[in-house]
Design a protein around this ligand. Structure first.
Ligand code: F6P
Length: 526
């Protein structure tokens, strides 16, 4: 199948994307909707034949069967022997979801009810600040969503401490009143070194301020025993099962900081959004299925055309942490070197994902996107309506910029057009030289996901869309998207290096570079 796509790619020659718009129906034919959301992938080289080959790829790789296996609670995370059921966390209809023959929904809904009761209690109390201590999936989802839904934030101030760098917690605690602060220790395993170090420092801070930590800590974890050892009583522990992966966990207890910020009703709306995307993913035919098409466009650009990176460019400032969130979601999920059976992958794994909100990025790295020698497929996100009716003209400028960028990427500027631009200023060889600097190659692909406005439900749909995209890409690449063995080695080496950094043990068995760097730290740490 890849061969067919590679040969179609080889036949592109110097065809330009804009030529495809000679077909007046192209925009509609290469776009699809899910409720109010529209995904437009017409500004790519994908034509009928290429799309048919991509859809055939999805079919031969068994995407639909694998999707059904995931929703049915089968253990598709084969290296860890686990089901993959974050979708159960947003299954608000409570339709049974079986794992090993047991319906997990009563437990899910019971925890959701407990979270809501606690959220109401805290939101009605004199608590002014909530500090979520967690990292990776226990941080990025809640922080991304809390920023995204700032217009709905009517609860206590939300802070997020993730880095083991003491600067993170120190700077945060300076903003908090110890008598009115609640700490949420968010860690699926309750063993993550960064989180446990920060949690202990928060406890020490309360002690130093003479404030009892009783009732000040909440744990979000699958490891109730470890939370108990830390001193958090069972009624303040919100558990979830091993079938919720860290980077897919914002929908359950890990989302408590978000629920505290926006309230239980808005949190439910976020879940409803995720659930509606699940429905679309399960029911829409492949050619009208947004996660499937988003994945196929990604595979076309990365695996077939060889573009190694993918820029996520939200023209929605409150999605400023979406690129970071997607970095974990996509790169921890599909950044693997072997296929399900342990054999080396025969194609590239998932792309490098990066990005920043527009218009800021335009004044930073878009230069390379437009004129650099490497092609960076761009994924724009845009709301038709902002949350600031008094600042409508800002939003109009934002929209104009977003649309201008995808147009510029596609059209570019020819040498003749560049010459015409500078004709009045320069002559002869100098005109030619100056004109060449002003050429834009164009023919650069982009997609746009457009939605009405960034409300909780829409955010839920966007996040679930990207989750399912990762799933589809993973199935087609024959990758296990749900483990993350690649993060282990660094953790093990850091544990071993700890005593050498503190000076407790001598530096032995290290390469020259590591030993030199340790020596520098020892000589200069004061
Ligand atoms: O190190 C990677 C990782 O395991 C992520 O997958 C996870 O989201 C993060 O660490 C945090 O883990 P935990 O929630 O167990 O503290």
């Amino acid at each position: 199948m890849w061969d067919k796509l590679t040969s179609l790619a080889g036949r592109l020659g110097d065809r330009r994307i804009e030529e495809l718009f000679a077909d007046e129906g192209r925009a509609a034919a290469f776009s699809l909707s899910a409720e109010d959301m529209l995904f437009d992938y017409s500004k790519t080289q994908i034509d009928d034949e290429i799309r048919a080959a991509l859809l055939e790829l999805a079919e031969t790789r068994g995407v639909a069967a694998r999707r059904d296996a995931m929703f049915a609670g089968q253990k598709i995370n084969e290296t860890e022997g686990r089901a993959v059921l974050h979708t159960a966390l947003r299954n608000l209809d409570a339709a049974p979801v079986l794992v090993d023959g047991r319906d997990v929904m009563p437990g899910v809904l019971e925890v959701l009810d407990r979270m809501e009761a606690l959220a109401r209690e805290i939101r009605d109390s004199d608590v002014t600040d909530v500090v979520n201590i967690g990292i990776g999936g226990s941080d990025l989802g809640p922080v991304m969503a809390t920023l995204a839904l700032a217009p709905y934030h009517d609860g206590p101030r939300a802070h997020f401490v993730s880095n083991v760098d003491g600067a993170d917690i120190a700077d945060t605690l300076k903003l908090c009143d110890p008598e009115r602060t609640v700490f949420i220790v968010a860690s699926k395993t309750f063993t993550t070194i960064e989180t446990m170090t920060n949690a202990r420092s928060a406890k020490a801070w309360l002690a130093e301020k003479g404030v009892s930590d009783a009732g000040r800590f909440i744990a979000l974890s699958s490891n109730v025993a470890k939370a108990g050892e830390f001193g958090i009583p069972a009624e303040r522990v919100f558990g979830f099962e091993d079938w919720v992966g860290g980077r897919y966990s914002v929908w359950g207890p890990i989302g408590l900081s978000l629920m505290l910020a926006i309230g239980p009703e808005n949190f439910r709306a976020f879940l409803r959004g995720g659930q509606s995307m699940d429905r679309h993913f399960r029911e829409a035919p492949p050619e009208a299925n947004m996660p499937v098409l988003l994945a196929l466009v990604g595979l076309w650009h990365n695996q077939v055309l060889g573009h190694a990176t993918r820029a996520v460019l939200p023209y929605d400032n409150r999605l400023m942490r979406l690129p970071a969130y997607l970095q974990q979601l996509e790169m921890e999920s599909n950044g693997k070197g072997v296929s399900m059976d342990g054999a080396d992958l025969t194609c590239h794994s998932g792309p490098v994902v990066w990005g920043e909100p527009g218009t800021n990025g335009q004044h930073a790295f878009y230069q390379l996107i437009h004129q650099g020698t490497r092609v960076v497929p761009c994924e724009f996100l845009l709301a038709a309506r902002g949350h600031e009716p008094d600042l409508r003209h800002h939003h109009e400028l934002l929209v104009a910029n977003c649309l201008a960028q995808s147009e510029a990427l596609m059209r570019g500027r020819s040498l003749d057009e560049a010459r015409a631009k500078v004709a009045g200023q320069f002559e002869g060889d100098e005109l030619e030289r100056q004109a060449r600097h002003r050429v834009f190659p164009g023919n650069r692909p982009s997609t746009t996901l457009i939605y009405e406005t960034l409300d909780p439900e829409t955010l839920g749909r966007i996040v679930a869309l990207y989750e399912h995209r990762v799933f589809v890409e993973g199935v087609i690449l024959d990758i296990n998207s749900y483990d993350q063995w690649g993060v282990e080695l660094g953790k093990e080496l850091a544990t071993a290096l700890g005593p050498m950094v503190s000076g407790e043990t001598p530096v032995t068995g290290k390469d020259g570079s590591t030993a030199q760097l340790l020596g520098y730290v020892h000589a200069h740490r004061g």
